[in-house]
Design a protein around this ligand. Structure first.
Ligand SMILES: [Zn+2]
Length: 323
């Protein structure tokens, strides 16, 4: 009997462990358990297809977020949306392997993807981004969530970096942080930690990742700034990468993501506030003009003697507060 119970426990616990996190690996019979275990939380990892120096894979950014999601959800369950390569990459179309969709398609696809995730019952969508040129797009996308009412919240995860982490990075990184950017030491290091089989270190110096500084426009932003500095779409020195640095970056990011998932899964306040906000938006006169209109009607009632001064003032205050 004891042995039977032991085996039963073993089977149930190994079944529990086997609940896949990737949406595309779940079955219909897993779905409800996945929804419950995730507290209706779905991670949307966003990468891009673009050149990463001469040495790192086109999908480097997606590889990062996919691995972070896969590893973080081992300790904090959430459903993970499958590969999503679509974002802002207009600055590297001169390079092979860049997949840059028109901006409207990028926007509509992201909006439709979140809508479909929400329609499936997820109340919480956590975007994690691996591509350096996406944050402006993603922040604006998150802001536009208040354009109309919806039954889910979109969260944008950005890893927390504390002083202990920054100190560790300072002593381990070999190149100047200001120049260590796209496919440079840090990014190549985390790839060496996550997917060393995909990195070709022997060709990392085949091109220069130096800033050519061909534009100097202080306090001004243009679309061509990146190409002006880095026409090779390579910024930094991938050849100086180490697995050790990659381990520090990755472990910090995953720890930060696990904590964020814990917060999101418990969070009921954000959706409640979002709903409260829309109740007010929908119950509010559409413009200052309608407020003025409403106040004029009250004044007319007062002027014609239909309201006492006291009634007029009290109603007027109520209308202003409600507005
Ligand atoms: Zn990258």
């Amino acid at each position: 009997m004891k042995i039977l119970i032991f085996f039963l426990l073993l089977t149930t616990s190994s079944l529990a462990q086997k609940l896949p996190t990737r949406w595309d690996e779940l079955t219909a019979s897993d779905w409800q358990r996945a929804m419950d275990s995730s507290s209706q939380t779905c991670i949307l990892p966003i990468g891009i297809l673009e050149k990463h120096g001469p040495h790192a894979p086109f999908g480097s950014d997606l590889i990062h977020v996919r691995e972070w999601a896969a590893r973080a959800t081992q300790s904090e369950y959430a459903v993970v949306f499958p590969d999503y390569f679509y974002g802002q990459i207009n600055e590297a179309k001169q390079q092979p392997g860049t997949f840059a969709l028109p901006s409207r398609v990028v926007w509509d696809l992201l909006e439709a993807t979140c809508e479909e995730i929400g329609r499936n019952g997820f109340q919480k969508i956590v975007i994690i981004n691996g591509h350096g040129s996406n944050p402006s797009l993603l922040r604006y996308f998150v802001q536009t969530q208040l354009e109309r009412k919806r039954n889910y919240v979109v969260y944008f995860f950005e890893p927390g970096r504390d002083s202990a982490y920054l100190a560790k990075i300072r002593t381990t990184r070999k190149t100047d942080p200001a120049t260590d950017q796209h496919a440079g030491e840090s990014e190549t290091s985390s790839l060496l930690y996550l997917r060393p089989d995909l990195v070709k270190m022997e060709v990392a110096t085949a091109e220069s990742g130096k800033n050519l500084k061909r534009l100097s426009l202080p306090n001004l932003y243009t679309a061509i700034w990146w190409y002006a500095g880095y026409p090779n779409h390579y910024a930094g020195e991938g050849a100086r990468a180490s697995r050790e640095l990659g381990k520090i970056i990755t472990e910090n990011t995953i720890e930060s993501l696990v904590n964020a998932l814990k917060v999101v899964k418990k969070d009921t306040q954000t959706l409640a506030l979002q709903n409260e906000y829309f109740e007010k938006v929908l119950g509010t006169p559409k413009s200052a003009f309608s407020l003025a209109d409403e106040l004029k009607k009250l004044k007319d009632l007062y002027d014609t003697g239909s309201l006492t001064k006291k009634e007029y003032e009290a109603t007027r205050n109520k209308v202003i507060v409600k507005w």
